[in-house]
Design a protein around this ligand. Structure first.
Ligand SMILES: [Zn+2]
Length: 436
């Protein structure tokens, strides 16, 4: 039968959509492949309407062969002289082309989205690396200036040599108007804090976690009889920020990450699961809350005449160290754990190890976030441990006596491996430790 009314109806109802799809199909065809698309659809219309004006259409419109294609309702390759034409029965054409082009379009879009994701991940990686390099550069600069200032080069010390013995749970003076408040042990939830005096008043460094910890610390600070002007948060972990409300009138300084995290709801259940010994304290803290960061620290800054703030990343993406250059004291926050295994579930062990290359050069006396005071040798041991975590195997070393090895080794190794694979997520071993 000739191409008839059935075909005409088909074009009448679906002609515009069909042309659109056929156009896309024609574009999608690589050169040299028999064409499917507008020409053929046009040919059908010309045949149907009896308007064989187009010379190519005329050439292709060998009625007998076209009819055959229609009758068979199949895809046919029709040869005309030296030209190959693919001919479809219209209903079939519509179905096949639409289905194929939609599939192709979806696949093409998926590819675009995958590429966008890859570019985004890559860009974030580059931004991270640039930020880390900038931080390291600032720290290196600071370390070199410090060495010139103090007239010495790279320090050498043995493990334990520089450790200042300070009694725990008391405001202990380690230099002129520089105090530490150490908590014994240094395991999860048991952190250190410090105080530095300037002419205008005091700067508190970290605030401990629950009331049973920060209330005696805040009372001892009050006994100094000076105004607390500033609180510097070394990072956002709850064992450093839980006591901010004890210093109601001070400005609160922290990294952008610390600021973001303190603006979010407190994950009290996770805290309880991870540190069940402090369950009651967390119940109260959930009601009391923490103060938000009032001043963001995103690059090295001279906070007061005595205090320099040095941002870094390693333990988290938003660490801040506090250097009191004239006293040769560095409050390293959780970039340093001494005598306690570090925990990198939110950090980057490789970047952390790189930062520690510099940290030991910044001051002779280093107050860690957890554990007793130390110096360059303790920093080196910590760096070597983290480098071992990155390598995936931890050999015997000074860390053999550290607390919480069994719990934290798998988390640190897993986190380093995940980052190597481009995954910045929470290690499953940490989620298990959180009871999630
Ligand atoms: Zn921490």
């Amino acid at each position: 039968m000739p191409v008839g009314f059935e075909h005409c109806d088909f074009l009448g109802r679906h002609g515009a959509a069909l042309h659109r799809e056929a156009d896309r199909a024609a574009v999608a065809q690589p050169p040299g492949v028999p064409r499917v698309g507008r020409d053929e659809v046009s040919l059908r219309r010309y045949v149907q309407c009896g308007q064989l004006r187009d010379p190519i259409a005329k050439q292709c419109a060998h009625v007998g062969r076209a009819d055959l294609a229609v009758r068979d309702r199949r895809r046919r390759v029709v040869r005309h002289h030296d030209m190959t034409e693919v001919v479809y029965e219209p209903g079939h054409l519509k179905f096949d082309v639409v289905r194929r082009t939609v599939r192709e379009d979806v696949r093409a879009l998926e590819t675009v989205f995958e590429n966008v994701d890859r570019v985004t991940v890559g860009t974030e990686g580059i931004e991270h690396a640039v930020a880390a390099a900038k931080n390291l550069h600032q720290l290196l600069d600071r370390s070199r200036r410090h060495d010139v200032h103090n007239g010495h080069g790279t320090r050498r010390s043995r493990y334990g040599e520089n450790v200042i013995t300070a009694p725990p749970l008391t405001l202990h003076k380690i230099a002129d108007r520089v105090w530490v408040w150490l908590q014994p042990g240094g395991e999860s939830g048991v952190s250190n804090a410090g105080v530095v005096g300037d002419d205008d008043g005091l700067t508190v460094i970290d605030t401990l976690m629950v009331r049973s910890q920060w209330a005696p610390f805040a009372a001892a600070v009050k006994e100094l009889g000076e105004t607390v002007k500033r609180v510097v948060l070394t990072h956002a972990h709850i064992d450093h920020v839980g006591g901010t409300t004890a210093f109601r009138n001070a400005m609160i300084l922290g990294s952008p990450m610390t600021s973001d995290l303190l603006d979010q709801a407190m994950p009290v259940d996770a805290y309880k699961a991870f540190m069940p010994a402090f369950t009651e304290g967390f119940d109260e803290l959930a009601v009391l809350g923490t103060r938000p960061v009032s001043h963001i620290v995103d690059e090295a800054a001279q906070l007061t005449e005595r205090i320099e703030l040095l941002p870094a990343r390693g333990h988290t993406d938003g660490d801040v160290m506090v250097l009191v250059d004239d006293a040769d004291v560095l409050f390293a926050g959780d970039l340093c754990f001494f005598g306690v295994t570090p925990l990198a579930f939110q950090g980057d062990p490789a970047a952390w190890a790189a930062v520690l290359d510099v940290v030991g050069e910044l001051a002779d006396t280093i107050v860690p976030g957890h554990g007793p005071i130390g110096g360059a040798a303790e920093v080196t041991a910590l760096r070597d441990y983290l480098a071992a975590c990155v390598s995936g195997t931890i050999p015997p070393g000074p860390w053999d006596s550290w607390l919480e090895r069994a719990e934290r080794d798998p988390i640190n190794i897993e986190k380093a491996a995940m980052l190597r694979a481009g995954d910045d997520g929470m290690p499953p071993s940490m989620l298990r430790a959180l009871g999630l």
